[in-house]
Design a protein around this ligand. Sequence first.
Ligand code: BGC
Length: 852
Amino acid sequence: MFKIRKFTVEYLEKNCVTDNKLPRFSYALECDENEVELESAILSCNGREKEIKDVRIATYEGEKLKPFSKYEATLKVKTNKGEEAEAKVAFETGFLGTKWVAEWISDPNYQFVEKKVSPIPMVFKKTFAFDKKVKEAKLFITAMGIYDVYLNKKLASDRYFAPGFTSYKTNLQYQQINVTDLLEENNELLVPVAGGWAVGSFIFTRGNRNAADRQALLAELHVEFEDGTNEIIKTDSSWEVTLDGPDREADFYDGETFDARINIDEVKFHQAAKETLKINPTLYAEMGSPVIEHETLHYVSKNKIENGKIIYDFGQNFAGVLVLKIKNGKTGEEIIIKHGEVLLPNGDVNSAILRSAKQTLHYICRDGDQKFKPRFTYMGFRYVSVEGIDEENIDLEARVIYSDIDIIGDFECSNPLLNRLHQNIMWSAKSNFVEIPTDCPQRDERMGWTGDISIFSQTANFNFDMTRFLEKWLKDVQAEQLKTGGLPNTVPANGYGFPATMPAMAIDFWGDAILNVPYQLFVRTGDLSFLTNYYENMQRYVKACKFWAGLLSFGKNKYIWRNISTFHFGDWLTTDIPKMGAWQARHKYTATASLRYTTNLLSEIATILNKPEESKEYKEYSEKVADAYVWKFMEDGKLKGEEFQTGYVLPIQFKMFDEATNKKAVNNLKSLVERRDYCISTGFPGTPYILYALADNGEVETAYKMLLNTKCPSWLYEVKVGGTTIWERWDGLDENGQANCGDDGTHGMISFNHYAAGSVGNFLYTRLVGLEPVEPGYKKFRVKPVLTPEISYAKAKTLAPYGEIKAGWRKENGEFIVDVEVPIGTECDVYLPSGKVETVKNGKYTIKEKLN
Ligand code: BGC
């Protein structure tokens, strides 16, 4: 059967509301037959037709789009064998830059001045009635803070934390919610708004009011009546507001306090007033991936510990919220629930490692049976402790929440520990794709650390459709780039002061996200806009890196990036030296290697964008950096000073050595790895590359010994001792299951849910299975497995823009067998153990070869 698999507009199959005046379309195909060719693919939308046969991406070319309108695009495809398929995708436009008639409103009496805490949630109210039949009603809404909408007591959208987390000073999303079905003759709109990221306490310094001094709301209800007339109900001083609702406290880190005794119908409201914001962001229709509920988890065990608390274990570390079901509640009874990732020796939840975050729910009961689920916070946890209620009167389940991102990839092999490692990578990704790519979901951070997503993005793209999620984040990266070209370490910065104190800062590996993240999206999708839209930002960043590297240096030292007026994280979180200062002292190596990487990548991007002169310039610079690294740090293929894994891995991976030096360096890396008993000791920068540096340079056995090692520190040690996610530190838990947080200068920084080291997922796909794009968008890809006797089969799949790719190999009855599914319009090179390469066009193939 031949069919269209995924026809999208702005990378969405449905519910697209956009302010992009030139939305993009994409599609994939599915077919059972082999060697089918696409003869024609016609996209029509709003009066224009366009042929999109060779690529899977097209930009809108129809008549000028109008605001608040509905459109439909049709795709008709035909193969050389005469088969045809058709698909449609609908989308709506939002404001398209037109003016809002509504005014921002707030509670005029609320002077929120307390430091380091989040404000009391506000509840806005509007009542209205219609005497005509409503055809359609759409609510356009945004806030300073995070909001929920209840229309006639029903939750109008199950999205968490709207309007989402952006760089509020410049970018603010609004949502369109279709509320037609919730309307009655007499209506009551209730909109609780908590502090969220814009007003609430955020970042480990716990600053608040980062974007606004108090919560504010902006909303327009566009109503179309059946008689053809229209009406807009908008926020203005006819709305009412109160601070006396049942939500008493709401904070991302600390949790929520909910007083169920308070009936909102009995609360006194007062008049809201026009609010003048201290910022002036551009409003645009939601373009990211909204946070919603996904899996429901049930606890796997429960037990009462000595201090009387009941401890529940959900068997999995994740980001989410609890659902509380309470029987026979008594008015005023207070239930306290603490969330944590690991337990203390006495069996209680370890809250100390959360630093200032409390991750606690306080629920004050009313009489009778009741149910509660927090809406304005989330927690990173596996365990909870419950106190204040008898065990038989409470039941708990958990909802896993993360951004609405499609899971498109999977990996499996004959080694169960590696399969669990893959699951752990998936769980850490889910837990940290909450509105923005965060570092961790539990302690007082949950920030958009650029370095973490930069090194993880390649793995993420195999497993998830990251396009919308990352594109929205990149809009903020662009907005936050300093005039000098540097980038904040976290995006949105949202009050993180560090870059402000060093306005010229450009940081290796972390700042490299501005090149790496769009480039990986381009490789994944083949969508050139990911390069064209950010090229200038990439250039400005690289210019800043070059400037700071060369400052006050002469000769070859100009290409060695040291700490002069800049800051670097160095070999962040390596295990071979115990202090943060020592990790950072390795910055000369990491920053110089990063300079090589970014200038080389920018040269490649410039070539793709047909800018040969610029490409040449970056290439030449990049060569000089490579040369300087050898001159400064190497002697006959050996690091001159202390030897450390990252110091070898980066120059090997970034091809900074000539052949002879490389050979020696690989050998030295191998011996270093052997001396550490195949344990890993790379920090953030080296971790994604160490296995490649070995395996791609003839040291396959060493690479696999390291990957399959279960001694600490290693990827599989975490799995062996029961880790269900990827940890921040290689040695996060000791053999007794206790958190390992000695004082190394990081103030007890330890998280069990950090995806950065999960970047090894890329190796599982591209080397163990061997699946790797050769041309952008997988127009051409290869299956080139790197084999080890330890593993008898490995397989993976991913949804590429042309269609689903499946690739796998197995050793069976003396044969090596490859199964591969190649989408229409693509080509795959299959490499066999003998060295033979078979090229196949679309279809399903099984290719065999005798093993000796
Ligand atoms: C975060 C990291 C981040 C780092 C910067 C930490 O506190 O959790 O993942 O990249 O700081 O070095």
